[in-house]
Design a protein. Structure first.
Length: 323
């Protein structure tokens, strides 16, 4: 029972922790305050059940009270609070307007490590806190004989992704090019951009980097830079990009990394609009189709809706009655 519950809930928990814990008033803060006000909330709902001004109000209060008094609700609430708390710093970094994805790498690594530690050595303490909370509010607990398993951030930040970001950090100009490493930069081009760099170009890239290390790293115009974007711009301003063509190409490729997250960001935004309380029972296949249409609306806006309706009518005339 426990393994099934955790396997079902954890993808939602981690998506919330990565996407929705943002801005000044984070969801982590909201969840923490809700836990603090849990007893007072139950008390208010109890009064609404007895003294609500309408049947609908009393019915909604009764449903909310019943959900809050369930073990599943408390378990999810505490798990959200724990995971959102661990990932809060990472989420804030990922949602800053001036995001430097290379500088966010450290937050990714520390967040994954903390979640792994939570899974390996802190799970028992977490379960005890849930059990204690349930006992305090007289909530019936499930059989805890099964061991819950915590999914990790690897679904979103796989080992390959972390390696990509680690190698990319070798180009980072922060702190006087502290992370500069010729071997890592060449490995980055060879492993992750094989279609953009031939084997001979990788060798030529190494030769460029040897000159680059002496010429650029100590150049006055390339000091005190805070991001890879600033390095790229300074490369163009000083016309170094015309002499270090392969390095310039690799820098521009690395700068496209944040763009790869755009579809994911748009999908989460669309999910909030499509998966409303009125559509909470929407089937996964239909929901997925709606998401594709909404996220790729620049393409779907070009499709003639009348043509789609006519085509659908011709395919299933017995099921469609259009006037």
């Amino acid at each position: 029972m426990g393994q099934v519950l955790c396997a079902t809930l954890m993808p939602q928990v981690l998506h919330l922790s990565l996407k929705e814990s943002n801005l000044r008033n984070s969801h982590f803060t909201s969840v923490s305050r809700f836990i603090e006000m849990f007893g007072a909330t139950l008390e208010v709902l109890g009064k609404m059940i007895n003294d609500g001004s309408s049947r609908d109000m009393r019915g909604e209060a009764k449903g909310a009270y019943r959900e809050m008094k369930s073990f599943e609700f408390v378990f999810i609430l505490f798990l959200l609070n724990k995971v959102l708390g661990i990932s809060d710093i990472l989420c804030r970094a990922l949602h800053t307007k001036s995001l430097d994805i290379l500088n966010a790498l450290n937050y990714v690594s520390s967040t994954k490590r903390l979640l792994q530690e939570f899974r390996d050595s802190r799970w028992d303490d977490f379960i005890r806190s849930v059990v204690s909370f349930c006992e305090k509010y007289d909530i019936t607990m499930l059989d805890m004989s099964d061991y819950f398993q915590l999914m990790e951030l690897n679904s979103r930040f796989s080992e390959q992704t972390v390696e990509l970001l680690t190698l990319s950090s070798a180009l980072d100009p922060v702190d006087g090019f502290k992370s500069f490493d010729i071997d890592n930069i060449c490995s980055l081009a060879e492993k992750f951009y094989p279609h953009d760099f031939t084997p001979n170009e990788v060798l030529a890239l190494r030769r460029e980097l040897e000159h680059y290390q002496i010429d650029v790293l100590s150049h006055p115009r390339f000091q005190n830079m805070a991001s890879l974007f600033e390095l790229c711009r300074r490369f163009v301003e000083t016309m170094k990009s015309q002499h270090y063509l392969l390095i310039d190409r690799l820098i521009r490729l690395v700068l496209t990394l944040p763009v790869s997250t755009a579809t994911t960001e748009r999908a989460f935004s669309a999910m909030k609009l499509l998966k409303t309380s009125l559509r909470s029972k929407m089937e996964n296949e239909f929901f997925s189709n709606c998401m594709v249409i909404y996220v790729e609306r620049e393409i779907t806006d070009l499709v003639d809706s009348d043509y789609v309706i006519d085509d659908f009518y011709n395919l299933k005339p017995q099921k469609v009655q259009l006037r």
